[in-house]
Design a protein around this ligand. Structure first.
Ligand code: FDA
Length: 306
């Protein structure tokens, strides 16, 4: 009951435009620095360097919410281009994750496609890869359409996306996207029972189904989860079916289950840390708080240790 109330409070706060806007001026507060790697490209690259030295590879995500004008979308595109350039020049082992609503998807899909092409062109120059995060169900089909166009019409092979196991359509999408590098997740948004499984057990079962399908088809698979049960099952499955460790990787968020991240890397698995950064940190931070009530204690610890 209390967990449900606090979840709603955090979700509400994450969407509050006034708080999100104000937080940009505060700098990282309330322990957010434990899960957000600073507010500049330089601070993020420094953090990635430290993680690389511990045997972890990374993906950087420039945080951004509520982009509603072309100017903001162009600014976000330029920021992503600069981030790729900084990664390339510093030599860190890191790729890029982007949200297309930050790049103008809600303004005009063709404009968003142009912005994606600029980002992918820069990534190509530095031999790097870009992952399109999957947002809510309303953006799912258009995200997949743009991905296919970028790959098939424009010829970019350095781009992939995310499939969410809670969606009924996930299994068919996996079949359609055979051969493409995918990040597989359980799914983070609140979706209707008409399009998505609601029960944890059903989501977990579908998650394993799509992971197995993508691995068996020989496609590169990123398993992005903090769930130790899923991770153990994936390890066993890969072993049993002789799936080479260079065909898959595990991914977790920066600041979460750090011990497990390090031990997976020590066991010889590729472990990628999703590292968010930027001054638009508030919404991201609030959603992480909503996901797990234990994160509140975790953040407070960071708050008081400042
Ligand atoms: P889940 O939350 O189901 O937890 C299962 C169990 O794992 C818990 O009961 C607990 O025992 C353990 N556990 C989980 N977290 C823990 C912690 N912090 N400490 C200790 N134990 C813990 N979603 C989306 O819709 N689109 C996207 O593009 C992405 N991208 C993405 C990238 C990366 C790198 C990650 C890790 C996640 C995403 N997600 C996402 C989010 C994803 O869909 C999902 O909401 C969260 O990962 C939560 O689900 P989990 O599989 O981690 O475990």
């Amino acid at each position: 009951m209390l967990a449900e109330v606090s979840k709603n409070v955090f979700l509400h706060a994450s969407q509050n435009r006034v708080l999100n806007k104000a937080a940009k001026k505060w700098g990282l507060k309330f322990g957010a620095s434990q899960v957000v790697a600073g507010d500049t490209i330089e601070s993020a690259i420094r953090k990635v360097n430290q993680l690389n030295q511990k045997g972890l590879v990374c993906t950087l995500d420039h945080l951004g919410e509520f982009v509603s004008s072309r100017e903001e979308a162009i600014e976000a595109t330029q920021y992503n281009v600069r981030t790729l350039e900084a990664m390339g020049k510093s030599g860190v082992n890191c790729n890029l994750s982007v949200k297309m609503t930050q790049l103008g998807l809600d303004i005009d899909p063709n404009f968003c496609m142009e912005n994606m092409r600029r980002i992918l062109e820069t990534a190509k120059k530095y031999n790097n890869f870009v992952r399109i995060d999957m947002e809510d169900y309303a953006h799912c089909q258009i995200t997949l359409d743009i991905l296919k166009e970028l790959r098939q019409i424009y010829g970019y092979d350095n781009v992939g996306t995310v499939i969410q196991a809670y969606l009924f359509r996930a299994e068919q999408d996996i079949k359609d996207l055979k051969g493409i590098s995918l990040r597989l997740v359980k799914g983070a948004y609140q979706e209707s029972p008409t399009v998505a499984y609601q029960e944890k057990k059903e989501i977990d079962n579908n998650y394993m189904r799509i992971i197995e399908e993508h691995l068996l088809s020989g496609s590169y698979t990123a398993i992005a989860s903090h769930d130790h049960n899923i991770i153990e099952k994936v390890k066993e499955f890969a072993e049993k079916h002789h799936i080479n460790r260079n065909q898959f990787e595990f991914q977790m968020l920066y600041g979460f289950r750090t011990d497990m991240q390090l031990s997976l890397a020590k066991e010889g698995y590729k472990m990628r840390v999703y590292v968010p950064f930027g001054n638009d940190w508030f919404g991201y931070f609030m959603r992480r708080m909503a996901e797990r009530p234990q994160n509140v204690a975790f953040a407070l610890k960071g708050f008081f240790s400042k």
